[in-house]
Design a protein around this ligand. Structure first.
Ligand code: G4P
Length: 531
């Protein structure tokens, strides 16, 4: 093997790329910060939110940035831990579930699921986990907030197993909770890690007692130990043992217990990610699978974020490297446009700052500044025709027509919507019959974001109104003539989206069913991938 190839293989083996998934308020922001603290990327965690000011308007990470004076720069962060390069991707934290989240999850190799142990499995966790299941993404689970009164731990595991349909293997087990939270017992190496409250600084000298039968534990907790030993016996007998293959297949999740705010249980999670979570693996492309250790560079764009710097109307395209080595200044081929771009100002996102990337390997996320010539789903390579697959757009469930108060701003409106559409902030449909543009979204908050951004970035005061549209389907047909016939016959239901794809806009479930029955050769797609 050449020196270059063995270097690439080594770098890939030392990479972990994961996302944190949780329902809002479970502790994702707190945990993110603690992961940075334990990795040494930041020294002081402080209270991210000494706030009673409500939720953040932008991203939770931007709030960390503001309060902590560190530049976490959006939704991707890289740090080092135990000789490994860890890429952590944020999933949007608001209630409204957006497509963005789905696509972020296509760019990771594993996920960390945070559950508020007082509440159990909540709505957004279910949705996010379902997305992970589509790709069998391995999941590590963290039951948070054991410093509070929480639900019965066995009941929580049951809920995860039944509601999320994934088997649980507790790796640690909580000893008590709330005021009498004593720590966790590590089932794998038979030791008790004693709880100590504390939030700001990293506590490195936590007391560890070896062996559940150690008399030291009876000295410390004379009234509780008998009961706790019984509980642990019960758990050992009743729960699944951790099995690496089942974890990697996405069938079983190792479960950890702790309290993010108290820095308790964090190191165990980081270690689990390093020890067990997979390094970057092969990715599907249209013509073949691409191995991360191949020499030639390749990657795909899964997210676009605009106006990170309000002074420049720049957009950053987030690209997951899938193979080879990225090197600053190298040329890479933008396959959709069939042209080379020189990657000189490509950035990476460290816990401390946004830095120019010198080199990157599979699993890393790099940010490419651009002015709109990169879209979600675009693939890049050293020249080979490799369109990566599996980066979805979902049929929207909510629709609005959009008008402007000032007709002189029509051009700006169109430009703004075209760009927001390409970015994936919202889906934009241009009806064949020349009617008003139609916006489609998965979550209603997307419309608010679009309205605010149209005003702030394009100077357009837009009015959104409800429509009679119930759902949209992208349509295709092997027989071009048939498709044309369909298009002409149902011209009032037809539209083109921002990516130039043909869509059928249905006014009701029955309307859609009828169209499907009458046009059996036409395929109606609920998701689409990049053209
Ligand atoms: P999120 O990003 O998932 O939305 O959660 P975030 O970290 O913001 O945490 C939500 C709330 O839960 C915060 O309370 C945070 O301090 C608290 N929290 C996080 N981890 C723990 C834990 O281990 N124990 C306890 N007791 N609380 C924890 P907050 O600042 O009061 O915010 P809020 O509740 O007013 O939104």
């Amino acid at each position: 093997m050449s020196a270059e190839l063995s270097r690439i293989a080594d770098e890939v083996a030392h990479r972990r790329t994961f996302a944190i998934i949780s329902h809002p308020d479970a502790g994702k922001t707190t945990l993110t910060e603690k992961l940075l603290l334990f990795s040494g990327a930041i020294q002081n965690a402080g209270t991210v939110k000494g706030k009673k000011t409500g939720k953040f308007a932008t991203s939770d990470w931007m709030e960390i940035e503001k309060q902590r004076g560190i530049s976490v720069a959006s939704s991707v962060m890289q740090f080092e831990y135990r000789d490994h390069t860890v890429n952590l991707l944020d999933t949007p934290g608001h209630q409204d579930f957006s497509e963005d989240t789905y696509r972020v999850l296509t760019a990771v190799d594993s996920a960390l699921m945070v559950i508020d142990a007082a509440k159990g499995v909540e709505a957004q966790t279910i949705k996010l986990l379902n997305v992970c299941r589509l790709r069998n993404t391995p999941i590590v689970t963290f039951m948070n907030k054991y410093d509070r009164e929480v639900r019965d731990s066995l009941e929580l595991l049951d809920e995860v197993e039944n509601v999320l349909n994934i088997r649980c293997a507790p790796v640690t087990w909580p000893i008590g909770m709330g005021k009498v939270f004593r720590g966790v017992y590590s089932l794998l190496d038979d030791k008790v890690i004693l709880f100590e409250a504390g939030s700001d600084k990293l506590i490195t000298d936590v007391e560890v007692v070896n062996g559940i039968d150690n008399p030291r534990l009876d000295e410390l907790f004379p009234l509780e130990m008998e009961q706790l030993r019984m509980e642990i016996e019960l758990v050992k007998g009743a729960s699944n043992e951790f099995n690496l293959d089942e974890f990697l297949a996405g069938e079983l999740t190792p479960v950890f217990f702790g309290s993010a705010i108290n820095n308790f249980g964090i190191r165990e999670i980081l270690d689990a990610l390093i020890n067990w979570a997979p390094a970057p693996s092969a990715r599907h492309a249209t013509l073949r699978d691409v191995e991360p250790t191949e020499a030639a560079f390749s990657g795909f764009v899964f997210k676009i974020q605009a106006n990170m710097d309000p002074k420049h109307r720049d957009r950053i395209a987030f690209l997951r490297v899938c193979s080879g080595r990225f090197e600053r200044g190298m040329k890479m081929k933008h396959l959709r446009l069939n042209r080379d771009i020189a990657a000189s100002s490509v950035v990476t996102f460290m816990a401390h700052e946004r830095e120019t990337v010198e080199e990157a390997f599979a699993g890393d996320i790099i940010g490419i500044p651009n002015h709109g010539n990169i879209q979600i789903g675009d693939s890049f390579s050293d020249g080979e025709l490799l369109q990566f697959t599996g980066i979805p757009f979902f049929a929207p469930e909510l629709f609005r027509t959009v008008r402007i108060r000032n007709p002189l701003k029509l051009k700006q409106l169109q430009k703004g919507l075209q760009q927001l559409g390409e970015e994936g902030a919202v889906q934009v449909f241009k009806p064949h019959n020349g009617g008003d543009l139609i916006l489609g979204a998965v979550g209603v908050l997307q419309f608010d974001v679009v309205a605010a951004r149209l005003a702030a970035e394009y100077g357009v005061d837009a009015v959104f109104e409800s429509t009679s549209i119930w759902s949209a389907r992208w349509v295709s047909c092997e027989d071009r003539k048939k498709l044309e016939e369909f298009e002409n016959n149902l011209v009032n239901n037809m539209a083109i989206d921002a990516g130039g794809n043909l869509a059928y806009l249905a006014t009701s479930r029955v309307n859609l069913q009828l169209a499907q029955e009458r046009w059996p050769q036409i395929v109606f797609h609920e998701t689409r991938e990049h053209a």
